[in-house]
Ligand binder design. Structure first.
Ligand SMILES: [Zn+2]
Ligand SMILES: [Zn+2]
Length: 246
């Protein structure tokens, strides 16, 4: 399976990333990618950038090192109503909004029910495109309910290659997520979650898992840069016309 885009990466601005935007774009180019999303962490994470970091992306060129660069954020879900730590005034500047749970942020949910409720509420947020690492065992959710909500609202669910390194115990839940996404026809996004340029486009473990679960590249959002463009355009149109589903 070949993927043309990496939709989840971090730079120095995240506080615990190690490369610049330029280095990340050059690495994407070297890896043969057509599209790269820079998605630094939302405001509540220790070390995360000030919101000016996101609004000031207005200065970025669309292409860097020949790669189309999307302005993004990995926002944190911070309560059981699915509220994000990154306000609408910031989100509206961005091309791509990822959302998920992270430790050391303000999230206060405790149970599977809390987490599921919060994640489904984030799925309903018209600014959110992709739910990141929903298979993280630190924040267990009812995976089938999440998959069905993603289907209803036309959102993608992530298989995060970095989870197998930094989120121990992710494999069985990610595999179950992949099987459910396959069964219900929900778009999957397979990303590196690179925090250093050397990891851009590093998808191998997650791609193998998706294939093992029977997922074809046509079901993987970022297998095609053009498909990503259409997905984002469709969501923008829905958001602006007040339509919640697609
Ligand atoms: Zn994350
Ligand atoms: Zn990340």
């Amino acid at each position: 399976m070949r993927l043309e885009a990496d939709l989840h990466t971090h730079t120095l601005a995240s506080g615990h990333g190690y490369s610049t935007v330029k280095e990340m774009a050059e690495a994407a180019s070297a890896a043969g990618l057509k599209m790269l999303a820079i998605t630094d962490h939302g405001l509540s994470m220790p070390g995360a950038p000030h919101y000016y970091h996101f609004t000031n992306t207005i200065n970025w060129p669309r292409y860097m090192a020949g790669v189309e660069v999307l302005k993004g954020v990995e926002a944190n879900i911070i309560d059981t109503n699915g509220r994000l730590d990154t306000p609408e005034e910031v989100l509206k500047y961005l091309d791509l909004v990822l959302a998920g749970f992270h430790s050391e942020t303000w999230y206060n949910g405790k149970t599977v029910e809390d987490n599921t409720r919060a994640m489904i509420a984030a799925i309903r947020n018209p600014y959110v495109h992709i739910i990141v690492h929903p298979g993280n065992p630190m924040y267990p959710v009812d995976l089938e309910k999440v998959v069905l909500a993603a289907r209803s609202y036309g959102k993608a669910l992530e298989l995060n290659n970095n989870s197998f390194l930094v989120r121990p115990g992710s494999s069985p839940r990610c595999y179950r997520l992949a099987k459910l996404a396959r069964r219900h026809g929900v778009a999957v996004s397979i990303n590196s979650d690179a925090h250093i340029c050397y990891k851009v486009g590093d998808f191998e473990t997650a791609v193998s898992m998706a294939q093992e679960a029977g997922i074809q590249s046509s079901q993987v959002l970022n297998s095609s840069a053009e498909e990503v463009r259409q997905f984002l355009a469709r969501h923008k149109l829905n958001r602006e016309s007040g339509v919640m589903t697609n």
